[in-house]
Ligand binder design. Structure first.
Ligand code: ADP
Ligand code: MG
Length: 340
């Protein structure tokens, strides 16, 4: 690269280091050396997750601000750590910057990233920077740690386990549709604000994941990032089981119901295919159900039983109304703004 852009790159990294970099007892060395040095607590396993976001595939600059893009990039990674029951720890961010994006824009993006990470004390410890001729690229890597015995994998669900989901489903997709098509008649301002906020600033269920791990309550978990139907398929395939879901049990917010009525959409479909809710889908042995209900306040959010794990030979089914069961197909929503 020519001297000019290279200098600009150094200045940008120095600016990001001063503004967002942090070290502490668990981050021995942060931005500035060949690698960071991080120190997980003794006896824990290291978790590592990474996500690549590409302009006009995963986000569009016409509908999302730089803060939102950063915020959601961090949430996607925080949610992955949450789904393992882990504690998020250190963040590395690589960015390829087109000419049209300036330093202030990059700063906004990092501000969004760090705002999402702030509640969890996550430190920015490194990354990489490049120019781009083809749009903005953002790659976010997050580490975390977890007690090895209790980690929540996708492959632990057993026949008879109850299937639970945190929070409510479908809000993020409803919020996205409100942003894109603005079919706002018949929906209150408050509901619109709520749904758009759920799309723009989803909450990673870190506390809920840690609660499940601490109490040893769950046999398996996955985060709902691609839509319930798709993520259920992942969990069931990896656990080699089937599932029966009660459509009437799916947790829907009041705002999502109001949106569904106003737009004549089936809220069940919003819940099944809506991506980016970042709720946790998890399974609990029937014998642990009482313990889970008793301790529910520690989870930091609501959770709802929506079905039961069955033998693989029954397949994956959804009960709608009395007796009728239809196969669950993966109708998951394909990522956010760009191709929605
Ligand atoms: P190297 O040639 O060793 O990759 P760089 O000049 O790319 O060195 O990076 C110098 C330091 O700045 C490293 O600690 C790296 O992790 C950090 N860094 C580079 N780009 C970013 C970025 N976009 N965000 C955060 N840290 C960064
Ligand atoms: Mg580098």
């Amino acid at each position: 690269m020519a001297a000019g852009p290279r200098l600009r790159e150094f200045q940008l990294i120095e600016h990001l280091r001063r503004r967002f970099g942090r070290t502490g007892p668990s981050v021995v060395l942060g931005i500035g050396d060949d690698t960071a040095i991080i120190k997980p607590p003794p006896g824990r396993h290291l978790l590592l997750t990474t996500d690549l976001l590409v302009e006009d595939i995963h986000f569009t600059l016409s509908t999302a601000t730089y803060e939102e893009i950063g915020y959601k990039a961090a949430v996607a990674n925080l949610s992955d750590i949450a789904a393992m029951g882990g504690t998020p720890h250190a963040l590395a961010v690589s960015i390829a910057i087109p000419r049209s994006v300036n330093e202030a824009d990059v700063t906004r993006l990092y501000r969004g990233l760090m705002a999402a990470c702030h509640p969890y004390g996550v430190s920015l410890v490194g990354g990489d920077t490049s120019a781009s001729r083809h749009g903005l690229f953002l790659s976010v890597t997050l580490t975390g740690y977890v007690a090895p015995k209790r980690v929540l994998r996708r492959d632990g669900a057993c026949i008879g386990d109850i299937v639970y989901v945190t929070g409510t489903l479908g809000d993020s997709l409803a919020g996205l549709q409100l942003l894109q098509k603005r079919p706002r008649n018949g929906i209150s301002r408050r509901d619109i604000r709520y749904l758009i906020a759920r799309h723009r600033r989803p909450t990673p269920r870190v506390q809920a994941g840690q609660f499940l791990v601490a109490r040893g309550l769950a046999t398996a978990a996955i985060d709902v990032s691609d839509g319930l139907s798709g993520d259920l398929v992942h969990l069931c395939e990896q656990s080699a089981v089937g599932v029966h879901i009660d459509a009437s049990a799916l947790p829907l917010s009041r705002a999502c119901r109001a949106y569904a009525v106003a737009t004549r959409t089936n809220p069940i479909q919003l819940a099944l295919r809506g991506g980016e809710d970042y709720e946790l889908l998890f399974t609990v042995p029937a014998t642990r159900r009482d313990a889970l209900e008793r301790l529910r306040r520690q989870a930091g959010c609501r959770f709802t039983p929506i079905g039961v794990i069955r033998s693989k030979r029954f397949g994956m089914t959804l009960a709608i109304g009395r007796g009728d069961a239809t196969p669950i197909r993966n109708t998951s929503y394909q990522h956010f703004s760009a191709n929605g």
